[in-house]
Design a protein around this ligand. Structure first.
Ligand code: ADP
Length: 270
């Protein structure tokens, strides 16, 4: 390690002897710093929309001097900012719920093709203005898992692709068997991500370019939710990205999570 944080205590041992106790508190200090950063980030993320809301409220309070057109603009902005705060609070709650380890992950069957059908509709709505070309290539594979967690992992990856890919771009979502495992992948030809950022993408509140993304509607929590959701399924997120060319985010679920019945039905069809 580069440096250590050591806590030293001197304790009485006998009349003329002392005990020197040294404790390595490096990890404890790191946790403390993470917690402090987290609180600072949450406060900052909530404060920005709140300040905008307060500004508009003040303006609307001056009823006589606010033209109707401004009132309408203020209401639209206030709606957007409160949506942003709600989204942030929802994601924070989701992260905190996921911190509790779950043992029943294998007990529920998740109908991923149905989930992806719903996500496709959402993505089409979200991307309507940008005229993105969306392709969903989905094999009829169901898995054992936690439905809400898998859904939100997939949703965050699809939403990011839609959010960051420029107008006219292409997005390809696949759910398919790869050898024994099943793979979910979202590929786009958006801006791509520099290599140096890749290891930090799943950190809470990490954004590649804070200025560029401040209007994106993102919170910086999406990929940390994906990471935690996948940990519940013994899986992890993989990223391939080339600046200027696009990104591919994907994960695989182990063979043991594939529901046998549908897997068999599919192999019989072939
Ligand atoms: P956000 O809510 O800001 O999207 P995420 O945790 O989901 O936060 O993603 C972290 C950062 O990774 C984003 O702010 C963005 O800079 C980058 N990113 C994520 N997905 C993509 C993508 N498909 N293409 C380009 N950049 C991406």
């Amino acid at each position: 390690r580069d440096s250590l944080d050591i806590e030293i205590r001197v304790m009485p041992y006998s009349d003329d002897q002392f005990l020197l106790v040294a404790r390595d508190v490096t990890q404890l200090k790191q946790l403390e710093n993470m917690r402090r950063d987290f609180v600072a980030n949450v406060s900052h993320e909530l404060k920005t929309p709140l300040t905008v809301l307060q500004g508009y409220l003040e303006m609307l309070g001056d009823v006589e001097n606010t033209p109707p057109a401004m009132t309408q603009k203020a209401l639209t902005q206030m709606q957007q900012q409160s949506d942003r705060m709600k989204n942030l609070v929802d994601q924070l709650l989701q992260l905190s719920r996921m911190e509790t380890p779950s043992h029943d992950v294998f007990e529920h069957v998740v109908d991923v093709p149905t989930v992806l059908g719903e996500l496709r509709q959402e993505a089409e709505k979200l991307s309507a203005d940008k005229q993105l070309k969306l392709v969903f290539d989905v094999e009829p594979i169901r898995v054992y898992g936690k439905s809400d967690l898998l859904r939100s992992a997939m949703q965050n990856l699809v939403t990011n692709a839609v959010r960051y890919t420029q107008a006219g771009g292409n997005i390809r979502v696949t759910w398919r068997k790869v050898r024994d495992e099943v793979e979910f992948s979202v590929e786009d030809n958006g801006p791509g991500i520099e290599n140096e950022h890749i290891p930090r993408l799943t950190e809470r509140f990490y954004r590649v370019d804070a200025d560029r993304n401040s209007d994106s509607g993102g919170t910086g929590l999406g990929l940390s939710i994906v990471k935690q959701a996948l940990e519940h399924h013994n899986s992890h997120l993989e990223v391939n990205s080339k600046p200027g060319a696009g990104s591919r985010f994907w994960f695989r679920l182990p063979a043991g999570l594939i529901e046998e019945r549908l897997g068999k039905a599919k192999s019989q069809k072939r």
